[in-house]
Design a protein around this ligand. Structure first.
Ligand SMILES: NC(=O)c1ccc[n+]([C@@H]2O[C@H](COP(=O)([O-])OP(=O)(O)OC[C@H]3O[C@@H](n4cnc5c(N)ncnc54)[C@H](O)[C@@H]3O)[C@@H](O)[C@H]2O)c1
Length: 318
């Protein structure tokens, strides 16, 4: 089991040793050498990021404020490696080596103190992100990079909670992380070129392709995706077509792998509404959430996670 005390102490020793061996350039002094990554938050995204990080060869510490969530994440990561082996995506040796590199961390301090690169994946609330980044800033080396997996919040605002805005960057992964190829790298106002380079290198070693986005609400993907989903809800509200036919039209006519309603049920209607409200506040009228979407959220039709969204599902086990 990965979560034993002895295992944790051994791994922390390894992480400290790695930190001592590091040769890390300062700003303007060449490339950063990233060996040890800390992932903060072990939910849907954090556990996937920990998976690709460990598989990419990084010593990976995974922390969650909830011990139960951390335990669930470790169980899921083991299952994901089994699935990867069964699908021929990873070898048994690669999976074992990756699991050796992955350690649970009971505290933020234990996870972050010796990390070269931190990826935050706590819930999408600005106050929580600010508090987490302020704490991380006090814990990690001055030249360590702090990345946020926020879907739509301002990375510049998050960076301002630290004394190292040049070392703060957005690193937007997609769900499910082990399968989705893209990482959007988000350049905030003060993000240094070295930080962007280090982030692109980390993503590459995790097997991802990257695109670089200047910070703006919703980046590329969330902005376009929210717009398509909102338009689909307006069409449903106007009675233009059924949800099934709108989904079928986008899949078969426009070659989208999923229909907008299938996608929104997967993402969660509440999550999508929160993104749209943010885009509406920051980018203007064309992002006003469709009243029918608001109504679905009020009715508790939040998507697959509760068994009912635009469509009905068999209740998924927690
Ligand atoms: N779900 C997606 O499809 C998706 C895609 C891209 C980006 N994101 C972003 O990733 C982030 C995480 O989303 P998620 O879907 O994984 O959420 P989640 O709710 O599944 O997981 C969040 C985890 O963070 C933990 N947590 C809460 N406060 C914490 C703290 N102070 N310190 C450490 N851990 C803490 C929670 O216990 C939980 O396990 C959000 O910013 C979200 O917008 C989500």
């Amino acid at each position: 089991m990965l979560s034993g005390h002895g295992a944790k102490a051994r791994v922390l020793d390894r992480l400290r040793g790695a930190a001592r061996r590091l040769v890390v350039g300062g700003i303007g002094a060449g490339a950063l050498s990233i060996q040890a990554i800390a992932v903060i938050g072990s939910g849907l995204m954090g556990r996937g990021i920990a998976y690709v990080s460990a598989l990419g060869g990084f010593r990976t510490a995974l922390h969650d404020v909830s011990p139960e969530a951390l335990e669930r994440a470790l169980v899921q990561i083991h299952k994901d490696f089994d699935e990867g082996i069964n699908r021929g995506k990873v070898t048994t040796d690669q999976a074992h080596a990756a699991l050796e590199r992955l350690v649970p961390a009971a505290s933020l301090e234990a996870a972050a103190t010796d990390a070269d690169f931190v990826i935050e994946a706590v819930p999408e609330q600005m106050a929580l992100k600010l508090q987490t980044f302020a704490r991380l800033d006090a814990l990690v080396r001055p030249d360590a990079v702090l990345a946020t997996n926020t879907s739509a919040l301002s990375v510049t605002e998050i960076a301002a909670a630290t004394k190292r805005p040049d070392r703060v960057v957005g690193m937007h992964f997609f769900n499910p992380v082990p399968k989705m190829k893209l990482v959007e790298i988000v350049r905030a106002l003060d993000t240094a070129p070295e930080t962007i380079d280090a982030t692109a290198d980390v993503a590459k070693r995790m097997g991802k392709e990257t695109v670089l986005v200047k910070e703006s609400p919703g980046f590329i993907t969330s902005r376009i995706n929210a717009m398509i989903g909102n338009e689909a809800f307006y069409m449903l509200q106007e009675g233009v077509a059924t949800a099934r036919d709108i989904d079928t039209a986008l899949k078969l006519g426009l070659n989208h792998p999923m229909g907008p309603f299938e996608m929104i049920d997967l993402v969660g209607l509440d999550t999508r509404l929160a993104v749209l409200e943010f885009l509406h506040r920051t980018l203007g009228e064309k992002y006003r959430p469709a009243p029918l979407l608001v109504q679905h959220v009020k009715a508790g039709r939040l998507g697959r996670k509760v068994g009912r969204g635009v469509y009905e599902y068999e209740r998924e086990s927690p």
